[in-house]
Design a protein around this ligand. Structure first.
Ligand SMILES: C[S@@+](CC[C@H](N)C(=O)[O-])C[C@H]1O[C@@H](n2cnc3c(N)ncnc32)[C@H](O)[C@@H]1O
Length: 228
């Protein structure tokens, strides 16, 4: 009897340990760990966004807001736009905005935010690992907190001459200090990587930084213009 109880206790202890470990990882890793695609991305992001609350808020990224004077007006494409905070801001600034995301729930919330603010937004569902960007179509392309390296050549080609790309996401330094963000190194920018990705003939770097914001997140940000 004692040994049966002992075994049950051991099993219960093991189950507790597994559950607590899973709980720890789900809390510690946070939502951004699956920010970068993967087969079950759509479902995970749908679940993440499935509430009335706007997970990333309704206000645009500070970098976008602060850079607005550098960005040429016209057609804008907001990649992996999430719940629309940046897309709606651009529409308010008189850009003609298209925004895409893999998550239908995100698209619905982006449309809701646009309606709330009384602006037009062409929001559509797209898996950027499959979707092909139209060439020479946009004055502005934004890509925030979504890193897909093989999309960069397409972004450049989708800009009209004189068009501008603005991008910001986590760097490897975030592994040391970040409260959120991906834990897999492949989903993080290496030192100077974002700069190198855009430093081509035909692209002019207008702004670049690698920094830590509020002691909370390590990021790289770039603004580059297609000049040819
Ligand atoms: C960290 S969130 C950033 C959202 C938005 N850029 C922002 O700053 O508020 C990453 C976004 O990428 C989207 N995403 C993930 N994989 C994608 C894919 N393969 N194609 C398009 N969007 C994707 C997710 O649905 C999510 O909205």
């Amino acid at each position: 009897m004692a040994s049966i109880i002992g075994n049950i206790g051991g099993l219960t202890g093991l189950i507790y340990t597994v559950v607590l470990t899973m709980l720890f990882f789900s809390l510690a890793l946070g939502p951004d760990d699956d920010a970068y695609g993967g087969e079950d991305s759509r479902e995970r992001w749908d679940q993440r966004y499935d509430s009335e609350k706007y997970v990333y808020g309704k206000e645009p990224l500070e970098f976008l807001r602060n850079s607005i004077s550098l960005l040429p007006r016209g057609k804008a494409l907001v990649l992996a736009m999430g719940e629309g905070r940046n897309a709606v801001f651009l529409a308010e600034q008189d850009f003609d905005v298209e925004g895409c995301d893999i998550s239908p729930v995100a698209i619905r919330k982006a449309n809701k935010l646009a309606a709330e603010r009384g602006v037009q937004l062409k929001a559509f569902e797209a898996d950027l690992e499959e979707y092909k960007l139209e060439q020479e179509k946009y004055e502005l392309i934004t890509c925030f907190y979504y890193l897909q390296r093989d999309l960069i050549p397409e972004i450049k080609a989708a800009l009209r001459p004189g068009g501008v790309v603005i991008m910001e996401t986590y760097t490897v330094e975030n592994l040391k200090i970040g409260l959120h963000g991906p834990k897999k190194r492949e989903y993080l920018l290496e030192e100077n990587e974002l700069l190198r990705l855009f430093m081509d003939i035909g692209m002019k770097i207008l702004f670049y930084r690698e920094t830590v914001i509020d002691g909370e997140k390590a990021i790289a940000s770039i603004i580059a213009e297609r000049v040819e």
